[in-house]
Design a protein around this ligand. Structure first.
Ligand SMILES: [Zn+2]
Ligand SMILES: [Zn+2]
Length: 393
């Protein structure tokens, strides 16, 4: 299916390191790339690996204020006067934070360029997806908002309509805010309800503003939503909305913190359910966007048991050669994990033996997930010309 795919990676991306025991530890990316490598994912004929190039500072101005960019640059030398959300437990100041953050942005722009220029159909930057960063401040472990910058760059290149689908367990608030009144960008976020999780936004009634009304969609799921419930919600909202909006490009933020073992949130997906979600987005990119698909990482704090497996599946799907869930994890990777003396017991297989089956949504369902689906469809579907009560829509 996929003919030419770029995977953007360089070990220099590990310099985005918030230090100490911060949950966004770069080891999650290191172990993901290592697992994908030992499973031969990068040997897929479709895949080209590209090293990222640092984004120009001028590009950052598309989303961020000059005062904020200046504060990020100065922060390592002036930690107490930084402001702009910097120097908090969530967003600690680290050496070369402007440079490291700009490299991640550069990777996402490079991925966007690959897709938009027609060099290939898909491009992935798993170090990207820093969706909480705001115009004037850092937030939720995110310094520069690479998804919003990549979308803005694509608009600047002439893209007319872009859809952003965010499956991170947290609301994609920074990206939604950047395009809240822009009718050219549809943002769809599926997340744990803001009543019980950071950042406290992402209610279904947040549907956009002004000319952008109808182009923000939020699915707020109850804690403990599992594979079946999550996939039912995804399939009851995302395909219809994408078909109605008819984007040129699909941008996916693939944060994997909706996993049941994630220490920061309370949804209950398995690796198998997450793999199914990536496959569904891949299919939609081909069906609706002629294959133009930009794939970004995001959250995910199950550093050893979740992120490496979830995103290895993701990269393999992107590369057109999926990894069989029954695959045994190679000893080489397990030894690497053991050598690091990490506390978690590493996984031994690429599956968690879940089926990823789901029951399609129908109106009138009585459980909390059906109620969440109905609330989103009622808030958003009429604005897209869809019938919220018709399961065919
Ligand atoms: Zn493909
Ligand atoms: Zn998250």
């Amino acid at each position: 299916m996929s003919d030419a795919v770029a995977v953007i990676w360089d070990d220099a991306m590990l310099e985005y390191d918030l230090g100490g025991d911060h949950p966004l530890h770069p080891i999650r990316l290191e172990l993901t790339i290592a697992l994908a490598r030992t499973l031969g994912v990068f040997e897929a004929p479709a895949i080209t690996r590209l090293a990222p190039i640092v984004a120009d500072e001028e590009l950052l101005h598309r989303i961020h204020t000059p005062a904020y960019i200046d504060a990020v640059k100065r922060a390592p030398h002036d930690p107490y006067g930084a402001g702009h959300g910097l120097g908090t437990p969530d967003n600690p100041i680290f050496d070369r934070m402007h440079e490291a953050s700009s490299l991640i942005v550069g990777g996402s722009i490079q991925a966007a360029e690959w897709v938009w220029s027609g060099k290939g159909d898909h491009a992935a930057n798993i170090a990207g997806g820093l969706h909480h960063a705001m115009a004037d401040n850092a937030s939720g472990f995110c310094v520069y908002n690479d998804p919003a910058l990549a979308i803005s760059w694509l608009l600047g290149q002439g893209a007319q309509r872009i859809a952003y689908v965010d499956v991170d367990v947290h609301h994609g608030d920074g990206v939604q805010a950047a395009f809240y009144d822009d009718p050219r960008v549809l943002t769809i976020s599926l997340h744990q309800s803001p009543l019980s999780l950071f950042p406290g936004t992402g209610f279904p009634e947040e549907t956009g503003r002004g000319a952008g009304i109808g182009t923000s969609i939020n699915v707020a799921l109850p804690p403990r939503t599992d594979d079946g419930g999550w996939l039912r919600a995804f399939h009851s909202v995302v395909p219809s909305a994408l078909r109605a909006f008819a984007p040129d490009v699909l941008v996916s933020q693939c944060g994997c913190d909706a996993h049941r073992d994630d220490p920061l949130a309370d949804l209950a997906l398995s690796i198998d359910g997450q793999r199914a979600s990536y496959g569904a987005m891949h299919d939609l990119a081909h069906e609706i966007c002629d294959g133009r698909w930009l794939i970004l990482g995001g959250g995910g704090y199950g550093l050893i048991r979740c992120v490496p497996r979830a995103w290895t599946h993701l990269l393999a799907i992107v590369g057109g050669r999926p990894v069989d869930p029954e695959t045994t994890i190679p000893a080489e990777w397990l030894e690497d994990v053991h050598k690091r003396k990490l506390r978690a017991i590493p996984p031994t297989r690429m599956t968690e033996d879940e089926s990823a089956a789901y029951t399609p949504w129908e109106p009138g369902g009585a459980d909390a997930i059906d109620a969440a689906i109905q609330r989103t469809r009622r808030a958003s579907f009429p604005l897209l010309g869809l019938d919220p009560d018709d399961p065919r829509d």
